[in-house]
Design a protein around this ligand. Structure first.
Ligand code: ZN
Length: 76
């Protein structure tokens, strides 16, 4: 599988990724995805994406409060 952004080879990984759907940020654990060695682009297979969308639609997730570092990009 090739990266859509830079056409480098992608490697299969399993771990944690962030998903932003409808302005809400979701953290997905223990998920299989492909990551580009070159630019870091991450993609989910259509099957996995569908499964995650279904889970979100059916609210099959737990709400956890996590601390996220927030930076202000204003300069000057
Ligand atoms: Zn890439």
């Amino acid at each position: 599988m090739k990266c859509a952004a830079c056409h480098s080879e992608m490697v299969k990984k399993k771990g944690e990724i962030e998903l932003r759907i409808g302005g809400k940020l979701y953290l997905v654990r223990n998920v299989s995805y492909a990551e580009c060695c070159s630019c870091g682009e991450r993609v989910l297979s259509p099957e996995v994406s569908q499964m995650l969308y279904n889970k979100i639609k059916n609210k099959e997730y737990t709400e956890q409060t996590i601390t996220v570092p927030v930076l202000d990009g204003t300069y000057g």
